[in-house]
Design a protein around this ligand. Structure first.
Ligand code: PLP
Length: 345
């Protein structure tokens, strides 16, 4: 039973069926096909605006290529110190921006601290010796599983506006935020001041498909060349488009995210009753970060449960539920934690 991440599972069957259905016949390559164009329209409808949409196959590509058109090489991108663009992309953002620097910002619960952000957003601006702050990247949901509320995004956007910075959102788990906030996609993106969104689908049910959504269409002008140069202009693009179309059709993305969030809430409620378990991070979506006694962590691993436990403060673990996580697996985890707590007492 694996709670390490939401990409330890495969793809949703509706997505696989859509790939099979799109497989027949000949269609023009490189996105010049009706399916890709239909997905672009679908994204515009869902976000209720005239966005420019590009498909890529990984979230790292979506983020790095998005940032490559949001900062000059001598710019800096402000992001939370836990963020994927800072910690988990092997320097791809620096590579694709031709050397812009990711600058870590502090903040509780995985979200940017506004005072630290504002200080860093003004640092060095106009000074020829220093990097020029150019963009901010926020992660929705955050790497600690928390959600930026609409007004919190607006507050970050206000700092960006005051300093002339562009705002990027890493939405690898965007659907989980949408499900938690129960709002319209537009409310937490362009209406709140987001210029470019990396819209993830892979973790929540696709096989390998993400979209880069430009609400600021001026920024999109260079992107086709960046994507091709970065190796993400797929010749059989329709097979990526089929995934994204199935993901967004009939609210599959929301149903999947609601399931993952609900299972994580079930797990949190169960663990809250177990002596010795603490929750320093609030539980809002499909990722939990409880602190467990060392013996319990070891016991759970020995019982066959997989999860990460060595990246955060002492005793903090990460438990992630996916779109198809089973209640019985969640309940088994909680039961084993309870048994271990009782044995230790
Ligand atoms: C998983 C993830 C990504 C995308 O990662 P890839 O492995 O490149 O697809 C991006 N951002 C966040 C926050 C993630 O968790």
């Amino acid at each position: 039973m694996n709670f390490a991440s939401d990409n330890t599972t495969g793809a949703a069957s509706a997505v696989l069926d859509a790939i099979t259905a799109a497989n027949d016949g000949a269609r023009m390559p490189y996105g010049n096909d009706d399916l890709t164009q239909a997905v672009e329209r679908q994204v515009r409808e869902i976000f209720e605006t005239d966005a420019t949409v590009f498909l890529v196959a990984t979230g790292s590509a979506a983020n790095s290529l998005a940032l490559s058109v949001m900062t000059p090489p001598y710019g800096s991108v402000l992001c939370h110190w836990t963020s994927h663009v800072y910690e988990d992309e092997c320097g791809a953002p620096e590579f694709f921006t031709n050397g812009a620097r990711m600058v870590p910002v502090d903040g509780a619960q995985g979200k940017l601290d506004l005072a630290d952000l504002a200080a860093k957003a003004g640092h060095g601006a106009g000074d020829v010796h220093m990097l020029q702050p150019s963009a901010v990247s926020i992660t929705q949901i955050s790497e600690l599983g928390t959600v930026y509320a609409t007004d919190e995004i607006g507050a970050v956007a206000e700092v960006c506006r005051a300093r002339g910075l562009k705002l990027h959102m890493d939405g690898a788990r965007f659907a989980n935020a949408l499900a938690a906030l129960d709002c319209a996609p537009a409310d937490i993106t362009w209406k709140a001041g987001v210029d470019v969104l990396s819209l993830g689908a892979t973790k929540n049910g696709a096989l390998a498909a993400e979209a880069v959504v430009f609400f600021d269409s001026d920024l999109a002008a260079e992107f086709p060349f960046r994507r091709k140069r970065g190796g993400h202009l797929f010749s059989k693009m329709r097979l990526l488009a089929a995934q994204m179309q199935a993901y967004l059709t009939d609210d599959l993305w929301l149903a999947n995210a609601r399931h993952a969030n609900a299972l994580a809430a079930r797990m949190a409620a169960g663990l809250a009753e177990v002596p010795g378990v603490r929750f320093p991070i609030v539980n809002q979506c499909n990722m939990l970060f409880p602190v467990l006694p060392a013996a319990m962590i070891q016991g759970l691993h020995e019982a066959g449960f997989q999860f990460y436990d060595d990246r955060w403060e002492d005793g903090m673990v990460r438990l992630v539920c996916a779109f198809n996580t089973r209640e019985t697996d969640v309940d088994a985890f909680v039961a084993e934690a309870r048994r271990l707590a009782e044995t230790a007492a």
